[in-house]
Design a protein around this ligand. Sequence first.
Ligand code: IPM
Ligand code: MG
Length: 368
Amino acid sequence: MSAKKLLILPGDGIGQEVMVQVRRIIDWMGKKRGVAFDVSEGLIGGSAYDVHGTPLADETLADAMAADAVLLGAVGGPKWDDLPFEKKPERGLLKIRKEMGLFANLRPAVVFDALVEASTLKPEVVKGLDIMIVRELTGGLYFGQPRGIETLPDGQRKGVNTLTYTTSEIQRIGRAAFDLARKRRKKLTSVDKANVLECTVLWREEMIKLHKEEYSDVELEHLYVDNAAMQLVRNPRQFDVMVTENMFGDILSDCAAMLTGSLGMLPSASLGAADATGARKALYEPVHGSAPDIAGKDMANPLACILSFSMCLRYSFDMTAEADMIDNAVKTVLAGGLRTGDIMAAGKAKVSTTVMGEAIVRELDKMG
Ligand code: IPM
Ligand code: MG
């Protein structure tokens, strides 16, 4: 088996320390399962700016394009807040998503039984929750032209962003979402604002067309984004897969993440189109940010990043058995009562990032 090329971009803040725990698991896979990864590391975000004067150097982007998969930690922090817009850490992240063509962002929100109490919602509302948000990631309001801030003749300033989607952009994200729903509980909720925004009228029309022509075996429903936000906290288990515009997805996925009790638990996958061999460009990252307030203190929850690696094994390398092992190790460790600060509860044992990572490896050891 040829070594799988993995590029690791820890980024800023807690991205660094949670990635250390993922490295342990990668090493474990090599030693105990004979799965050799060809791992290299690079810079992104503020840490890249500090070295290269840009949040994503061309060489790093080239490495990402050449990798079989990219694992990313998090970007951003107060140190870089005053940089010009184009140099900000977040631009590095947006650029790598765009340049790699990662249009499909999969954000699962799963409530682990052991963490049912960590949610701010009642256990009977979130127990067993398992939804998948499919966020369009390279178009919509984040990338539409024209954009910018201009000065008007009367001296006022005007800020502009544009919401645009073409039919092919809608169709490819629609297919990605329908395909996922087909493998799950066969229900897709398309989220738009078709009562106000023409762009999303087109979105809805294209979803209906796809459904009719290719996916009539999947149930399709449409919700306006405000209602979707409300339904997510009212009765989240009504959903299976949700598909939506870039910025709507940004907002709804944070909301869905919180249903699970902690942003520290949520992984994500960002996938490009399949090439002639069926391979896709892919980047995996935790949904949480760089959390500068706790960075460097060995307090962060490494599980979202570890679960992102599990998604990487599942979606990029077809290593279902190993991905299941990691997911089960996480479940067992949580059931055993270990908690990082973000998911701490009465009667549980509060542990550091490092101890949590070690516990996962110990569980993997038991499984072989
Ligand atoms: C996310 C983040 C990013 C986004 C930021 C950091 C640019 O919030 O991945 O959800 O808005 O996409
Ligand atoms: Mg976000």
